[in-house]
Write a protein that binds this ligand. Structure first.
Ligand SMILES: [Cu+2]
Length: 330
């Protein structure tokens, strides 16, 4: 039956069942509440209908009754809020060890970059059983990244990063939609999420010729001249970027901000927006000079400079797997 008349999309992520459970609960409670109200209307209409020879008499209200039928439904409805909030925070918080994937939306396609350097268009290959964190941005207008089978939908905005995460549970092909009207070919802006068994995925990933994203970023860091000011050995004109990512940064104006992806992005495109304490606003903007893909590579590189505090390794720039033969950057 459900094959011919599917009520729900596939459940292909860890969140899917939980979202559906909440939805079913919402439908059931709404149905029961609606039923109770309609039954009360019918019963009272029949019981207190006009009878010949009988005059109506005034019935005063009952405070206890009124409080009861306000408080109980209020409590029941609050369970929607609590359950919904718990699920919302789960869906909004990528697990710390997630595999990161960069997604750039543009009219009318999805460009995907894996950390390993693999690139895809309108397709995203992922393994089952792995937390995947998507770091999304748009080159033009607002899009929305929607995978019904995973029950995730996230707006994709120009000028900043947004994130989403999922853990796929079932191999298969699941449709990706753009869920925000974005121009003429909006309805054609779709794609496929290809979920594979981990071994199969490893084979697919090994077939990619590209350098890791952070390695591309490292080369850009050198070729754009970033490394002349952001030094790792001595204090340069710009801050040392080692172990900066995801840490609090004290600014010249006294504020402290978190150096997340959006902070790194802003610092590259609009360097004077947040000046680090003790430094001068001397960095030029790279707005219009580098593409969103190059920006992603630089962000990935800055992230890779976070090293686990072991021995003497803290003083060296991150040792990305070296693939010097591939220096091409699109
Ligand atoms: Cu779109």
């Amino acid at each position: 039956m459900s094959k011919y008349f599917p009520l729900w999309p596939d459940q292909a992520s860890t969140m899917a069942g939980q979202v559906d459970a909440l939805y079913i609960y919402l439908l059931l409670v709404s149905g029961v509440m609606t039923g109770l109200i309609y039954i009360a209307v019918m019963v009272l209409a029949i019981k207190y209908r006009h009878k010949p020879g009988q005059d109506a008499h005034q019935i005063e209200g009952s405070t206890i009754l009124e409080i009861t039928w306000s408080i109980i439904p209020f409590g029941v409805m609050l369970t929607f809020f609590i359950w919904g909030a718990v699920l919302y925070f789960k869906e909004r918080t990528p697990p710390a060890d997630s595999t990161e994937v960069y997604v750039v939306a543009k009219q009318w396609m999805w460009k995907v970059e894996h950390m390993e350097g693999q690139r895809e268009i309108n397709e995203l290959h992922v393994p089952t059983g792995q937390d995947i964190k998507l770091i999304l941005t748009s080159q033009d207008v607002i899009h929305s990244f929607f995978i019904p089978a995973f029950r995730i939908k996230q707006d994709v905005l120009p000028g900043r990063y947004t994130t989403a995460w999922f853990k796929a549970t079932k191999p298969g092909r699941y449709h990706l939609f753009c869920a925000e009207y974005c121009g003429t070919n909006h309805s054609g802006m779709g794609g496929d999420i290809v979920v594979m068994e981990p071994q199969e995925y490893a084979v697919w990933m090994a077939g990619g010729p590209s350098a890791p994203l952070q390695e591309t970023g490292k080369q850009l860091f050198a070729s754009l001249g970033c490394s002349t000011c952001h030094r790792f050995d001595v204090q340069g004109r710009g801050p040392n970027l080692q172990n900066v990512y995801n840490k609090p940064v004290l600014l010249e104006d006294g504020r402290t901000v978190l150096a997340d992806e959006n902070y790194v992005r802003e610092s590259i495109l609009n360097p004077t927006a947040k000046i680090v304490s003790g430094f001068k606003p001397v960095m030029p903007t790279f707005q219009g000079i580098i593409s969103d893909e190059q920006l992603n590579a630089l962000v990935a590189y800055v992230k890779s400079l976070n090293q686990p505090p072991t021995g003497t390794a803290g003083l060296q720039p991150a040792a990305a797997p070296a693939q010097p033969q591939n220096t091409q950057v699109q």
